[in-house]
Design a protein around this ligand. Structure first.
Ligand SMILES: Cc1cc2nc3c(=O)[nH]c(=O)nc-3n(C[C@H](O)[C@H](O)[C@H](O)COP(=O)(O)O)c2cc1C
Length: 184
């Protein structure tokens, strides 16, 4: 089996992460892999924000500030602590460019493909990673705090670091369960 195929088949999200975060060279490689996403008309409609150290505390405060007015103290605390679950978070941001043939949604697909390559590359470099979204990814407060322009969206927060504990294997569907020939 080819090493790429093997790496994909072995990929699994890792929710339990600890320091150290990916090294500078591993991060550079993973971001370079993200930029290999298929990209209609080569618009480069994505960008990535890398957050670590003190930045994670600041991101936690930003998440907390996105809580609805009636949120309980426990819910606020949960939001504040979310980014502390990994030593590094990489926000994948779709930044669509106006184009007559390439709708913004397609440009989001390209960003998502890049984020998937990023996760895969981080794992290939020996780190764990997990793509997360939730209410914070939809929040205009968080988007503004991260400096996103009106037309940009958060496609995911990629939590990454060193795997702290293995997680139970995720059951994978058999190929025939989700694919078929057309016409039958
Ligand atoms: C767009 C997107 C958003 C996700 N958001 C979350 C999330 O907020 N919380 C979560 O637990 N898993 C989230 N996941 C799922 C995990 O990243 C992961 O794929 C899932 O736990 C299955 O594990 P696996 O990747 O090993 O198959 C998201 C996945 C995608 C593609």
């Amino acid at each position: 089996m080819d090493t790429v195929t093997e790496a994909i088949l072995n990929r699994s999200s890792e929710p339990r992460l600890k320091a150290p975060a990916p090294s500078g060279s591993a991060l550079e490689l993973a971001l370079a892999c993200a930029a290999r996403a298929p990209d209609h008309a080569l618009l480069r409609p994505w960008r990535y924000l890398v957050v670590e150290g003190e930045g994670l505390e600041e991101l936690g405060r930003l998440f907390e500030s996105s809580a609805p007015e009636d949120a309980t103290d426990a819910a606020r605390e949960k939001l504040r602590r979310m980014p502390l679950r990994a030593p590094m978070i990489i926000a994948a941001i779709a930044s669509p460019v106006p184009h007559p043939k390439v709708p913004a949604l397609e440009q989001c697909y390209s960003t998502a493909a890049g984020a998937a390559y990023l996760v895969l590359a981080l794992q290939a470099e020996g780190y764990g990673a997990m793509w997360r979204t939730g209410s914070v990814a939809e929040s205009p407060v968080v988007a503004r705090g991260l400096g996103l322009a009106e037309h940009e969206t958060i496609v995911g927060f990629i939590y990454t670091g060193t795997v702290a504990d293995d997680k139970p294997a995720v059951p994978r569907p058999g190929v025939s369960e989700f694919s078929s020939r057309w016409p039958a």
